[in-house]
Design a protein around this ligand. Structure first.
Ligand code: MSP
Length: 511
């Protein structure tokens, strides 16, 4: 039986329109999911929308719609974003679905039965934009006197009856858990932030609201709706069919990875594991917090009018170049700045020049000089063997990087081989061998085809469409495109389809 792998994106708030920040989180998960499938795993990849809470209720009212009609209208934009970005999710969850209400009501009941929930009163600060409660010590004042939370979201003073989750009781057990599972929170700088937050002491968490209606009702106390983060986090469990132990996806829990942005790490790495322990459920294996994109040096915001819609980028540059750029430009985990100039320069240098030329030069020589058939393998020289070994090492290297979500390192290692391939073709000059040593020419081209096959195979998760084209041109059957298939050489004489450029060049002036 194939090993299982369960990866999740955060579920997106439907009051916003999809932008490249959302696309980025989903894209990283997609590359991971595709790589794992290529590596023989049975993958469950989940994404979806977060539809309850005060923020969505307000957005619905502003749009003149009831909350359910509003979410029905806006949730599909995130499904469309997934299609547009080539996201290979296996399920799309909406928190307004009956399956989720059922699972979350059951989660509440279990927490209550375990004595982890009590009724009290909340008096404190709340930021609707973040749907988060903040402590006085976390606030700052704007020049106009508005108090704002750490994210810059305005806070309001809230006084209302509320159910609480006994988070304070979980401090030591959380610290013990982090200690035993040093890889649970990544990257390490973020782990340290979480550790110091938890060491600083945890207060019980308010988990219900009475001042608005748009949420899952608290069982047996209809005056309250559940706090939207409790509701939202549970989507990861709902999607496995919980609490039905016989649900087809039951065995996918616990998730292998929750991918999140740095702004929502606390919810995933502190509240969520405590809630799961309290409910007697297994904990996810890992939470990775990635960085944030700014746009040409500025924070992305509606008021600045610099929000980038994934659809516009894909229309201008094509899907795979955009996917490549987002994961190549910035070390995954760090913040990054998006600029069209950087995008165009990466696409021209690394896709069109480095990889595109290597493929185009090699394959057009095969087409012209080898009757369009894969030349036979022979006895490798040292130069051949070095390049073949560097390519052969890629699957294992990438496996390591992808398991640590080091997407930029994975791409860097592939590009080392791409650059080595270009050095090799220049040194070997197969075009000059045509007259002097056709047999050697044929073998050099075979080395290049074999190396390109490895490169195109391992790059499929990043650029599925263009790498499928490259593998077509290399004569690799669709059944032989996973990592395991690389162990079996393609038969000599395989007919190749005529080469076509895979990556266009872009005009710098368009930037
Ligand atoms: N609904 C919550 C998540 C609940 S998960 C149980 C939420 N939604 S969100 O739509 O506001 O954000 C979703 C993701 O988009 C977050 O991981 C966030 O970090 C990411 N990004 C939003 N803007 C971003 C950038 N400018 N750059 C990179 N990622 C950003 O939070």
């Amino acid at each position: 039986m194939k090993p299982k792998f369960y990866v999740t994106t955060p579920i997106y708030y439907v009051n916003d329109v999809p932008h490249i920040g959302h696309a980025y989180t989903s894209l990283a998960c997609d590359v991971l999911a595709r790589f794992k499938r290529l590596d023989g795993f049975d993958v469950f990849f989940l994404t979806g929308t977060d539809e309850h809470g005060q923020k969505v209720e307000k957005a619905a009212a502003a749009a003149g719609l009831d909350s359910q009609s509003f979410t029905d209208r806006v949730s599909p934009a995130f499904l469309e974003m997934a299609h547009l970005m080539g996201i290979s999710n296996d399920d799309f969850i909406r928190t307004t679905e009956p399956r989720h209400k059922r699972a979350t009501t059951e989660l509440w009941r279990r927490l209550l039965a375990a004595g982890e929930i009590y009724l009290g009163g909340y008096e404190g600060w709340y930021a609707v934009r973040d749907e988060a409660f903040y402590d006085e010590s976390e606030l700052t004042s704007r020049p106009d006197g508005t108090r704002v939370g750490p994210s810059g979201a305005p806070v309001e003073w809230v006084v209302e009856p509320s159910y609480f989750f006994r988070l304070s009781a979980w401090q030591d057990r959380l610290l013990e858990f982090y200690d035993k599972h040093p890889d649970f929170i990544a990257p390490p700088s973020r782990r340290n932030e979480v550790l110091s937050f938890v060491r600083g002491g945890l207060k019980d968490l308010s988990i219900s609201r009475t001042s608005f209606r748009w949420g899952i009702p608290v069982p047996d106390d209809a005056a309250h709706v559940m706090y939207v983060w409790l509701d939202a986090l549970n989507n990861y469990v709902t999607a496995t069919g919980w609490p039905d132990p016989d649900a087809p996806r039951a065995a996918f829990w616990p998730a292998n990875l929750h991918m999140v942005g740095k702004d929502i790490l606390r919810f995933h790495a502190v509240y969520w594991p405590a809630i799961l322990m309290a409910a007697g459920l297994a904990l996810p294996k890992r939470v990775f917090a990635h960085g944030w994109w700014t746009i040409e040096g500025e924070k992305m915001s509606k008021s600045l009018g610099n929000v980038i819609a994934p659809a516009d980028l894909v229309a201008a540059y094509g899907l795979d170049p955009v996917r490549f750029f987002l994961l190549r430009e910035v070390p995954f985990g760090s913040d990054g700045d998006f600029s069209r100039r950087a995008l165009v320069s990466r696409l021209n240098t690394e896709l069109a020049n480095d990889l595109g030329n290597l493929a185009q030069r090699s394959l057009s020589l095969v087409a012209r000089n080898c009757d369009g058939r894969l030349p036979p393998r022979g006895a490798p020289t040292e130069d051949d063997a070095t390049l073949l070994a560097a390519a052969g090492a890629l699957p294992a290297l990438l496996r390591g990087h992808i398991d640590r979500q080091a997407f930029h390192e994975a791409l860097e290692d592939v590009w080392k081989v791409v650059r080595a391939g270009n050095g090799y073709i220049d040194r070997q000059a197969p075009w000059a061998l045509r007259k002097t040593d056709p047999e050697r020419m044929a073998f050099v081209l075979r080395v290049l085809a074999d190396v390109l096959r490895v490169i195109a195979t391992v790059l499929q998760p990043f650029m599925p469409g263009s790498m499928a084209k490259m593998l077509d041109q290399l004569g690799v059957p669709e059944t032989a495109r996973d990592l395991a298939a690389l162990a079996t050489p393609l038969p000599d004489g395989t007919a190749l389809s005529p080469p076509q450029g895979v990556f266009p060049r872009y005009n710098d002036t368009a930037a």
